[in-house]
Design a protein around this ligand. Sequence first.
Ligand code: PMP
Length: 362
Amino acid sequence: MTASLAQRLAKVLRADVMGLHGYAVQPSAGMVKVDTMENPFSLPPALQQALGERLGRVALNRYPAERGDVLKAELARHAQMPEGCDIMLGNGSDELISLLTLACDVPGNVVLAPLPGFVMYELSARLQGLKFVGVPTTPRFELDGPAMLAAVREHQPALVWLAYPNNPTANLWDDDIIDAIIEAAPGLVVMDEAYQPFASRDSLARLQRHEHVLLMRTMSKFGLAGVRIGYLIGRQAVIAEVDKLRPPFNISVLNAEAALFALEHVEEYEAQAAVIRSERARLMAELQALDGVEPFPSEANMILARVPDAAKVFAGMKARGVLIKNVSGLHPLLARCLRITVGTPEENTQMLAALRAALQDL
Ligand code: PMP
């Protein structure tokens, strides 16, 4: 960058933005990619062909409103949306996190979430000038009930994020503590259920019981990470306000059509999720049997595991062509922790071999 462009930018851009590190994506070409909780399976060839034909007929010359409405109705049915609620779509749930934060962007407002947690809650809050309060979990990554309740009472947060299951720890939170937080919260509470296809419990009943609770889900982990469809369900009055902030055509016709196609073949994706859950059980058993490796309970398509030296194990696995995520630097509680996405059976076998070899190098 020339000195004059740097000066120009310094004059017009926000200093806090210029100081930020953006969301980082690791290069992964040619590797066993088990770093970002994607569904590792593709569609069977016959369905790929049917999807291709379907997308070929999409009206690319038109703005995408109508297909988005059809998709909303189908997702509402898929998620068993309760009476009195409405649904809005985001370009991934990342966009919904940003829009909901923007809707709460009142000077002095606080956004609160347990830590370690999903980085976008904090990033969105900070980018929009809101105060973020992170409440540490217990060392076993359970919600710290007394600390959460004390923080809610002290900071009176406009927005509380509860990822259920949580990322990167993969566990579900204690239901009694969640209910107590919801009772105490003066603002909105979002149950972020990105990993719901792999979990044994969900928050549908909670959404029904409390008008200040929202449910956020995504099609990403289900098998459409590249399509970018997240959805937010809440009382009509709440969704109506947040929806005003949504860019009018945030979901492309191609995204909407691909998502509709996926919902028509939901059994295919559910079968894939079942394989991922059974592979998770296999991986968990194999990891538990490894000397020096401590995996934590998982209700998602990832496993958090503590190893003797996260940086060296990560590098050793990478050198053997397996890409996982070293999360040890994200929070002090995550010291020496790695996050491993559940892949295909073959990928998981390769991952375990690379892990064993990397541990032996230590
Ligand atoms: N919530 C949680 C807890 C996540 O882990 C992620 C992605 N890793 C998201 C939301 C965002 O998902 P997407 O934007 O792909 O819908």
